[in-house]
Design a protein around this ligand. Structure first.
Ligand code: NAD
Ligand code: ZN
Length: 345
């Protein structure tokens, strides 16, 4: 079978590898879609070679169960499934207390096993998945569904952690309307009464946000903070979600969150949050609740699939044949993708 592998820093190759067989507790999934995440761009540009064997990328996969491991019997071959992002152990304290996105196998600063970032991922004809980490997709078409596993899951966790702020009448700010951000806008629109202000540098991304339920859009520039504060009585937004995480957006997020508001940092663009403990030097108002949000739980993923099943969450996407992976990566990196780029074998 074919697989897109990171073979050196900055280099991806489509290579032929043996089609893998599922072992005990595993299933093989015939891939229907593999989303390209901006995290894949970060991985592509890591300065040092990947430790261990060249990884097959792709942490946003969906497809059809194709073969079962010797002891797996409760899944039907041919059934459409979404592949969980985080292959949590299911037994540690974080897992059993509902924080499986912070499974102890990830340690303090890394992340639990994730397809495409260690175990071989979904940018291939087939992928091996622990049987407990495939979720039935029901009537949702797996072609186009892969990004639900991360681009929707991750905003769902960030939003679920801020539910108490997202009352009717609240203002929510979504910064960065890319793969994750356009899902966040839809989740907010479908599941809260909050007024949604979307922020991006690109006009076409602001149009995308409006099409998916944003009430206001603000161009991300030097005037953005003043524009958002003007929209919120000068006091600030109740919940702010940063899906870019570059310095200008982290500063903007901190500059527009209301006192006692929720600040959710998701983007991995290298920005630093300037926290000052003293009121007169602080870049943050009092009482702000801050979370560095990672992925989502299995419960969050069930909610994502439920919203998708009733048509409240759709991945705006462009399909690229697997062999065209380089064009897809180039388009994502250049900001030419609306929603998500998806590889399909
Ligand atoms: P994307 O490339 O699809 O979207 C990024 C969006 O941010 C684009 O629309 C871009 O125009 C916008 N943007 C860039 N600079 C901006 C600025 N200064 N102001 C406003 N908007 C700006 O990326 P994505 O796949 O949605 O991923 C977004 C980020 O989230 C990446 O850094 C990715 O690595 C990270 N991520 C984090 C997690 C997590 O669990 N924390 C999970 C997945 C992805
Ligand atoms: Zn991702």
């Amino acid at each position: 079978m074919r697989a897109v592998k990171l073979t050196a820093p900055g280099t991806l190759e489509l290579v032929d590898v043996p089609t893998p067989e599922p072992g005990p507790g595993e299933v093989r999934v015939k891939v229907a879609s593999a989303g390209l995440c901006h995290s894949d761009i970060h991985v592509l540009h890591l300065p040092t070679p990947w430790p261990g064997p060249d990884p097959t990328l792709g942490h946003e996969g969906a497809g059809w169960v194709d073969a079962l491991g010797p002891d797996v019997s409760d899944i039907e071959t041919g059934s459409p499934v979404l592949i969980n992002l985080i292959w949590s152990c299911g037994r540690c304290r974080p897992c059993v207390t509902g924080h499986d996105n912070a499974c102890i196998t990830g340690g303090r600063y890394r992340y639990p096993p994730t397809p495409g970032l260690g175990p071989d991922g979904a940018m291939a004809d087939y992928i091996i998945v622990p049987a407990r980490h495939v979720l039935p997709l029901g009537d949702v078409d797996p072609v186009g569904a892969g990004p639900l596993a991360d681009a929707a899951l991750t905003p769902m966790r960030a939003i679920n952690s801020a539910r108490e702020w997202l009352t009717p009448g609240a203002t929510a700010v979504v910064i960065g309307v890319g793969g994750l951000g356009h899902m966040a806008v839809q989740i907010l629109a479908a599941s809260t009464g909050a007024r949604i202000i979307a922020v991006d540098t690109a006009d076409d991304k602001l149009d995308l946000a409006r099409r998916h339920g944003a009430h206001e859009t603000v161009k991300s520039d030097g005037d953005a903070a003043a524009a958002i504060l003007a929209e919120s009585d000068g006091y600030g937004a109740d919940a702010v979600f940063d899906f870019a995480g570059v310095q200008p957006t982290v500063d903007l997020a901190a500059g527009v969150v209301a006192p006692e508001g929720a600040l959710r940092l998701v983007g991995l663009g290298g920005g630093l949050l300037n926290y000052g403990a003293n009121a007169d030097t602080a870049a943050l108002p009092w009482g702000v609740d801050i979370r560095k949000s990672y992925g989502g739980t299995r419960a969050d993923l069930l909610e994502v699939v439920a919203l998708a099943a009733r048509g409240a969450l759709t991945v705006e996407h462009t399909l690229y044949p697997l062999a065209d992976f380089q064009r897809a990566f180039d388009d994502l990196e250049a900001g030419r993708v609306s929603g998500r780029a998806i590889l399909t074998p």
